[in-house]
Design a protein around this ligand. Structure first.
Ligand SMILES: [Zn+2]
Length: 104
């Protein structure tokens, strides 16, 4: 068995497990019942999705990748052309001077 995916949010883990189930891949969750606060204090015991059949590990990673990609930021920060401040990709206008986002 191998660890596939860890997340502080056990509902994410459950979602991933249901995707694997749909593909017929056996998995189980470690530390599922740890209190949330304990997880916050000790990241090492956060819920972890483990695969039972190592031979299907690569397949499982591919199945879960689209789910986990959705958590990542949409793109790189952008720099305001007006004032030069750096803005997160999710901002449509500059947080500092409210100039519209310009595509670099
Ligand atoms: Zn600006």
């Amino acid at each position: 068995m191998k660890d596939l995916y860890s997340n502080i949010d056990s509902s994410r883990i459950g979602l991933c497990q249901s995707v694997l189930e749909g593909a017929g891949i056996a998995s189980y969750i470690q530390n599922e019942n740890s209190p949330w606060l304990v997880n916050m204090m000790s990241p090492g015991v956060q819920p972890t999705l483990c695969i039972v059949d190592d031979e299907r590990y690569d397949e499982a990673v591919k199945l879960l990748k689209p789910l986990n990609d959705n958590e990542a930021p949409a793109g790189a920060d952008w720099t305001c052309a007006e004032c030069g401040e750096s803005n997160p990709s999710s901002f449509e206008v500059c947080w500092s001077c409210a100039a519209a986002k310009t595509s670099a």
